[in-house]
Design a protein around this ligand. Sequence first.
Ligand code: SF4
Ligand code: SF4
Length: 85
Amino acid sequence: MALIITAECIACWACEPICPNAAIRVKNEVFRIDKKSCTRCEGYGDLPQCVEICPVEGAIIDDEGTAMNPPGSLTGIPPREPLPA
Ligand code: SF4
Ligand code: SF4
């Protein structure tokens, strides 16, 4: 149920103050979401607050590994096709 912050995070600090459950923990500039505290912002709008404000595609994923802001969703730039081998 809880969301997960990945290594794509650039430690911009945007999400930490807006989490309604104080679920985002920071240690040595590494951001993590406390599984027990994150409710995916149930009752706080359509999108989780951290997902709404995060400027980095792929920095927050769900527990199935799906990016909440997938490639192209913020930049409008479609993901690049892999180069032919
Ligand atoms: S989804 Fe909501 S409760 Fe969970 S870490 Fe993000 S802002 Fe906090
Ligand atoms: S808003 Fe996104 S990039 Fe910024 S600290 Fe949070 S997870 Fe990392």
